[in-house]
Each structure stands twice: as C-alpha cells, then as structure tokens.
Design a protein around this ligand. Sequence first.
Ligand code: HEC
Length: 94
Amino acid sequence: MKIFAILMLLLAGAASANETYKPSTLPGYQLAVNSCTRCHSAQFAEMQSPSTPRAEWEATVKKMRKFGAQVSDEDVLAIAEYLAQAYGAEKPKP
Ligand code: HEC
C-alpha cells in the first residue's frame, strides 16, 4: 500500500513538472498562471505548433473565455503576447 502511494506521488510530480507555464518576465505569464490553470495544465499550450502566431493565440484565449476563463480584454492581449513568445512564432531564436 505504502509503495503505491509513493509511486503515485512521484508520478504526479513528474507530470506537473513539465505542465506548468514556462516562467517569463512578461506580465502575461503571471496572468496565464492565474487564469489558465483552473481547467487544464500548460500541456495544451505546449501541444500547439511552435509557429503559431500571436493572433492565433489571441483567438485561443478568447475561445477559453467562452469556456469560462475569466480574462479581461486587456489581459487577452498580454496573455497572447506571452504565449506567442513562450510557445509560438515569437520564440527567441537560440
Ligand atoms: C473554463 C475552463 C478553461 C479555462 C479557464 C481555460 N481553458 Fe483552455 N481549454 C479548455 C477546454 C475544455 C479545452 C479543450 C476544448 C477544445 O478541444 O477546444 C481547452 C483547450 C485549450 C488549448 C488547446 C487548443 C484548442 O484550441 O483547443 C489551449 C492552447 C488552451 N486551452 C489554452 C488555454 C489558455 C492559454 C487559457 C488561459 C487564458 C485557458 N486555456 C484557460 C478549458 C479551459
């Protein structure tokens, strides 16, 4: 029984480690952490194509509002900027 509990904890830890939003100094990062983690992890953002442009992220965030995400018009733009840079077409080249 005990070993099973430990295993579950390890699995949960490993899963959440790569599903949190990538830290950034952009204001959209904190907004995403606050508004976008209620229903699902950052995994859905990670699954999007790295060439996804900012306008498409904006459309996605607006779609999330239809699902029930609480994001103001201003914050939609900030989150889209963050997502485009962290996961999309505006990713800085190494
Ligand atoms: C109220 C619940 C809820 C919140 C809050 C939420 N999402 Fe979602 N999200 C969903 C659901 C449900 C789906 C899957 C539905 C689908 O297939 O479109 C989804 C899917 C996605 C996808 C996959 C692509 C797509 O278009 O389906 C991305 C990317 C995403 N969410 C990003 C975000 C971001 C960024 C935020 C914060 C602004 C956010 N989500 C907040 C419910 C939510």
